[in-house]
Write a protein that binds this ligand. Structure first.
Ligand SMILES: [Zn+2]
Length: 154
């Protein structure tokens, strides 16, 4: 459902390896979701499926058998319902390397860029105006992303 995943770094910390992965949500997903209210679970379900399939494929290439901790960073405007995600994940992960993985979620606040005064601004809402000059239409620079910050594996 419009999710693309890539690895950015693979550092090694002693016996615990951490994988750094990104999930980029395609704008299309959000639009589709907004048009069809009531399909929220499907959206979070597909995110969980993407995460689990990513973990599965990396389990093969990185040679680990179990994910102990899964740390996610979710933007405030990513359109992801945390509760739905927490609900779906154990179901999708059942019988996989991610079964019983502990999920830690960090919410990433929103920031935007103002073209008018060329400054960065905190955004409480998706349509917040510039805190410096009050202009509308900031371009969102963070808060829409969803990222697997790191994964503890064994
Ligand atoms: Zn401004």
């Amino acid at each position: 459902m419009g999710l693309a995943i890539e690895i950015t770094q693979q550092p090694v910390f002693g016996t615990v390896r951490a994988l750094f992965l990104f999930i980029h949500q395609v704008e299309q997903t959000k639009i589709a979701r907004n048009k069809h209210q009531g399909t929220h679970d499907m959206h979070e379900l597909s995110i969980c499926e993407s995460i689990v399939s990513t973990l599965k494929s990396h389990a093969e290439t990185q040679d680990f058998s179990r994910v102990k901790v899964l740390r996610l960073e979710i933007g405030k405007f990513a359109g992801v319902e945390i509760e739905a995600l927490r609900f779906c994940f154990p179901i999708v992960a059942l019988g996989t390397v991610a079964e019983d993985a502990e999920m830690e979620i960090t919410l990433v606040s929103g920031t935007g860029w103002c073209e008018v005064c060329q400054s960065s601004s905190d955004m409480l809402e998706r349509y917040s105006s510039c805190q410096q000059c009050g202009s509308q239409g900031l371009s969102i620079s963070s808060g829409e992303e969803m990222r697997i910050a790191n994964v503890e594996v064994e």
